[in-house]
Design a protein. Sequence first.
Length: 266
Amino acid sequence: MRASLSALCAAFLASMYFRSYFGVVGPFISDELALSPVEFGWLASAFFGSFALLQVPVGIAFDRFGVRWPMASMMVVGAAGSALLGSSSGFLSAFAGQVAIGIRCAPIFMGVLYYLGRLHSPDKAGRLAATVSSIGSVGALISASPLSFFTAEWGWRAACWTAAAMMSSCALSIALSLRRTPSARSALQTTEHATWRLPHLLYLVPICFTLSLGGTFRNAWAGPYLTDVFGQGTNVGAVLTAVSVFGIATSFVLPFALLRWRGRGS
């Protein structure tokens, strides 16, 4: 169990890294490849597009094959995509690399919840998922000031190739450490009395919208905005580090705030 939890933490950390790394390397990629503003926008959104489109197919794959092999294989695709991005000479190859990175990250968060939820009681699965999420949040910090320093010293291509090697290692650890999960049918039998209805989930819409705005700012808006407003010498990595620190601190404070001031029940 310890090995699988470590593998899930590493995979989630890498996923959090790739959700926001483009805010640092994107301007360098745009300058070197001479991208237009439209091409830069497409390149930034390619990750989120492939990530979103694969959510339903990933869920179906988990139900049919379990978590281990779909997650590991898609992470290999992402590693190849990061290497392709690091070797790109134009927009199309960079775009394909970004799409592949989105494919890599698509199964991670769902895979963590699915895997832990199938093997443990709801209380224990929740605690373990919170642990994975907390450790994985460090990836958002790595993609800020440390990535900015690394890119300044060795270039954005080296950053992409290093990330590709990291993803390959994570894929191997997932393939070697995760156990077989119970079938979807057996899980449905244990939750046959659940009464989920779509209207009950509508309250998540503003939460998800707010989360998407934060991710988009870190991924695409931050670099161009900060350099346009404050000049080319702006330390984008330091700003993104501050944003990440405040975000992580808020995630730790919120559970205590909710315990103290409970909202309306459904």
